[in-house]
Design a protein around this ligand. Structure first.
Ligand code: GAL
Length: 402
């Protein structure tokens, strides 16, 4: 999945094509702006319009930050970090959350464009549903950074995320190592999968990374998916909903495990779904063995479950670092600097510049900065405390600092 990084030559071409976006076809039509403003501006600019434009000009820009939802913990942190860091760097910001409603996200972005933003940072609810807003951004010459989740539109200039495929391989490899599957002999371990939101471009990468590591053991009969539910569409969870994951896990447990069949592993693509699965196992699983449950994000409730032995691991993504990389990239874009891997040392954060892995349309690769995810278990929770983003209470539970 990780491919060769192509350096300076491509990047120079990319910078000249920056505003046009990732793709070769920069033509676009602009749709009429919606009249009804349903935007939930978590932080609206306080100044009046005249002051705004003076401040924005003095500071070098106004940034629109469009986040998907406040109902999943991480996005609250992403929004707060981005907002703080851009403000601290002298930018004016508009931050919105769109309540997992794509039409509302389009409307929120349209309002930002009408407000004269110089650059957009967008974490899409549905990567396929933002064309109207993206086309308007292209027409207005406003660069777009797809944040964490790719948007399937060539108006996107750059992509900042974690290596999403690696998130999945870390989950799969954790299962292989914890059960020592290479030395399992004739032992058969029973497992189930829960994947993410099909509208989220990342969800397929997480799932595929895990499957690619685990499939050889499934083929060898060392791992057995008892429900037979393994294809992505069957195990996917709309909007990463905890309740949906809980409900499906309860159904699987009552249909396939009520007879006393032992469940050994449940691979969950992220923490919100792991929360639902863990709840179902606690309330509906007849067995008494510890079930390995994977996750992703480091949400507080899941870290607590890790301390309590209810969840086994999470793949942690430091979203403060993700926002620092995004700020550095945005500054380079707005200053007209060359955007390529030479920017990475100035970020001070480990990441890769990848010009091949992610496409906004067929054949149109989106230059990407991909950060490195880490496995967190009960044994290395201190690593999170060491980031300065979590504190550990006397009870051993972690709390996010903000
Ligand atoms: C993904 C994101 C994950 C997780 C999930 C649910 O796009 O990369 O970190 O948060 O959405 O929100």
């Amino acid at each position: 999945m990780k491919r060769k990084v192509i350096g300076v030559l491509l990047s120079v071409a990319m910078v000249s094509a920056m505003v046009a976006g990732c793709g070769s076809d920069s033509s676009s039509t602009s749709a009429p702006a919606e009249t009804e403003d349903t935007a939930d501006e978590a932080e609206a600019p306080a100044e009046d319009a005249a002051e705004e434009s003076t401040d924005a000009a003095a500071a070098g820009g106004k940034i629109g930050i469009s986040m998907p939802t406040q109902s999943l913990e991480r996005w609250n942190r992403d929004g707060a970090y981005l907002d703080e860091q851009f403000k601290a760097a002298g930018y004016e910001t508009i931050l919105t959350y769109s309540d997992n409603d794509s039409a509302r996200q389009v409307n929120d972005i349209q309002n930002m464009l009408a407000d004269g933003v110089d650059l957009l940072i967008v974490a899409a609810i549905d990567g396929e549903a933002l064309n109207t807003a993206m086309d308007e951004a292209a027409t207005a010459g406003v660069p777009v950074i797809a944040y964490d989740r790719l948007i399937m539109n060539d108006a996107v200039s750059y992509y900042v995320s974690f290596d999403n495929y690696t998130v999945g391989t870390l989950q799969g490899q954790f299962v292989v190592d914890t059960l020592d599957l290479d030395n399992a002999g004739d032992t058969v371990y029973n497992m189930e999968f829960t994947a993410g939101d099909p509208a989220d471009n990342n969800a397929g990468y997480f799932y595929q990374g895990a499957i690619d590591v685990l499939q050889p053991y499934i083929d060898a009969g060392t791992l057995n998916v008892v429900s037979g539910q393994i294809d992505f569409d069957t195990v996917a969870t709309a909007q990463w909903s905890t309740d949906t994951a809980l409900e499906r896990a309860q159904n699987v447990l009552s249909s396939y495990y009520a007879d006393g069949t032992q469940l050994d592993v449940w691979v969950c693509s992220n923490d919100s779904t792991a929360l639902g699965v863990a709840q179902a196992i606690t309330s509906d699983y007849a067995g008494s063995n510890d079930v390995i449950i994977t996750g992703q994000d480091g949400d507080e409730a899941n870290l607590k479950n890790i301390v309590d032995g209810v969840q086994t691991m999470t793949v942690y993504k430091n979203v403060s670092n993700e926002s620092i990389v995004t700020l550095g990239l945005a500054q380079a874009i707005l200053n007209g600097d060359t955007v390529d891997e030479s920017l990475i040392p100035s970020f001070g954060i480990e990441c890769a510049f990848d010009t091949e892995s992610y496409e906004t349309s067929e054949g149109n690769a989106c230059p990407s900065f991909l950060l490195v995810p880490n496995v967190i278990t009960a044994d290395n929770l201190q690593d999170l405390v060491d980031t300065g983003l979590y504190t550990m209470g006397e009870d051993g539970y972690l709390s996010a600092v903000q």
